[in-house]
Design a protein around this ligand. Structure first.
Ligand SMILES: Cc1cc2nc3c(=O)[nH]c(=O)nc-3n(C[C@H](O)[C@H](O)[C@H](O)COP(=O)(O)O)c2cc1C
Length: 413
């Protein structure tokens, strides 16, 4: 691959009102580095390390816009108290020369770790398989009033992200969370203006994005993460994703991060490989309810072999049909992969597992473009979402960062 193409990845990138120092993005990957909704010191060190390693934009995963929008009990959610603690993390990233995005989300009916004593909001009513483990058996279709309130929640959360010093918000519209429950025909069976065609299914997510953009878009970049496909025959297709991308472009998105798959129905598609059941059982315990549920789902998954750039065929089709910046994601493992993405017209590359293995990969490839990624796709890191030490690569020295120490803005200068 020609060197100028790789060099482009190290050039600054304008995204809405901000300029990234380069085109390497750390994809949102649930850090499990929060307690009772507040970030820990481990969270700070994790993102600081990525920024020092040359990542232009690191993404803090999975901040719920409301308390009831959480999926897991310790998950971050955007309240006033969290703002001052989050500011400590964003400042550390800025001092290391990087930018930081907050991935904002609402679980909708995907709530696996908390009991909610009322029906969960979604695009549709009825039985809720994703809530089985915690007794959240039922969900209900959101009304116009619910949708207005939810738009307000996303907007308020985005304003709190500005106050916390984030440079961007990434609105999560993939993987089975609330906004994906509207986009995906696996959930959305509505017969009103929010269901049916791909345009209709994108209407509510686009409304959320447009409102966020209107309120904070002159100060921070507004991104969305979408599925290029759900990877299931009844799910969203690449044709749907092209429409979604076009609708979000019209709604004012500054960049889209392209992903795929759904947590429950097609995890293997999201990771281009199967889950590591042994690691899951090690971390969760063989006989834990969650461990058994994950094992049952994983055993029915098709067996697939990891290949680099596994979303390539889908993502390049989307690249041809929209003009806004796109971040390619899915199996980026080498400097050649990065150069290939630049050559195909993607403005950025987003990586999760390879950066968990080596947070300094962008710096390493700048020195030696032939250096392979040391990530072996063992997928143990996915199990570590449930580990008390936080999400970690098992090939690295053990995580000794304090993951039980909640940041107090006064203590960490
Ligand atoms: C440990 C782990 C946790 C993840 N958590 C999230 C998450 O919270 N939000 C999200 O959008 N994607 C999450 N992902 C998916 C990644 O963002 C990305 O889509 C996926 O890992 C494929 O990219 P990769 O091949 O570079 O790893 C997670 C991935 C990993 C490995």
């Amino acid at each position: 691959m020609e060197k100028p193409m790789l060099d482009r990845a190290y050039q600054p990138l304008q995204v809405g009102p901000i300029t990234l120092p380069n085109r390497f993005i750390k994809a949102g990957a649930n850090e499990n580095m929060s307690m009772a909704g507040l970030p820990t010191l481990a969270m700070l060190k994790h993102h600081q390390e990525l920024a020092m390693g040359g990542v232009g934009l690191t993404t803090m995963a999975y901040l719920a816009v409301e308390k009831v929008g959480r999926t897991l009990p310790d998950q971050l959610w955007l309240n006033d108290q969290a703002v001052s603690e989050l500011r400590v993390v964003t400042r550390a990233v800025h001092e290391a020369g990087g930018k930081i995005a907050a991935q904002i989300t609402h679980g909708g009916s995907f709530v696996t770790g908390i009991f909610v004593p009322r029906r969960l909001q979604s695009s549709v009513s009825g039985f809720n398989p994703a809530g089985l483990l915690r007794g959240n058996f039922l969900r209900r279709a959101m009304t116009e009033t619910d949708m207005d309130r939810m738009v307000d929640s996303f907007v308020l959360a985005a304003e709190r992200c500005v106050a916390a010093g984030f440079d961007a918000v990434e609105i999560h519209m993939g993987h089975g969370y609330l906004l994906n429950q509207f986009l995906s025909p696996m959930d959305n069976q509505r017969t009103d203006a929010y269901g049916g065609t791909a345009e209709n299914r994108a209407r509510f997510p686009a409304r959320v994005l447009a409102a966020v953009k209107r309120k904070v878009g002159d100060r921070i970049a507004v991104l969305a993460k979408i599925n290029v496909s759900d990877g299931r025959s009844r799910g969203g297709t690449v044709e749907d994703a092209i429409v979604t991308a076009q609708v979000l472009e019209a709604a004012g998105a500054d960049m889209l991060v392209l992903s795929g798959g759904r947590n429950v129905e097609s995890g293997w598609f999201m990771f281009g490989s199967n889950l590591n059941l042994k690691a899951m059982q090690r971390v969760l315990g063989k006989w834990s309810l969650s461990g058994m549920a994950i094992a049952a789902t994983a055993k029915s998954a098709p067996k697939i072999d990891f290949r680099e750039l596994y979303f390539w065929d889908y993502s390049t089709q989307i690249r041809e049909r929209v003009n806004i910046p796109l971040a390619y994601l899915g199996g980026v493992k080498s400097a050649d992969n990065v150069a290939q993405c630049m050559e195909a017209g993607f403005e950025a590359v987003a990586l999760a597992r390879a950066l968990l293995r080596e947070p300094d990969l962008p710096n390493k490839w700048r020195e030696d473009a032939t250096a392979p990624s040391l990530c072996d796709n063992c997928n143990s890191c996915i199990a570590y979402i449930y580990h008390p030490g936080g999400t970690w690569c098992i090939h690295r020295p053990p995580n000794e960062l304090r993951n039980n120490q909640v940041l107090a803005s006064s203590e960490v200068a």
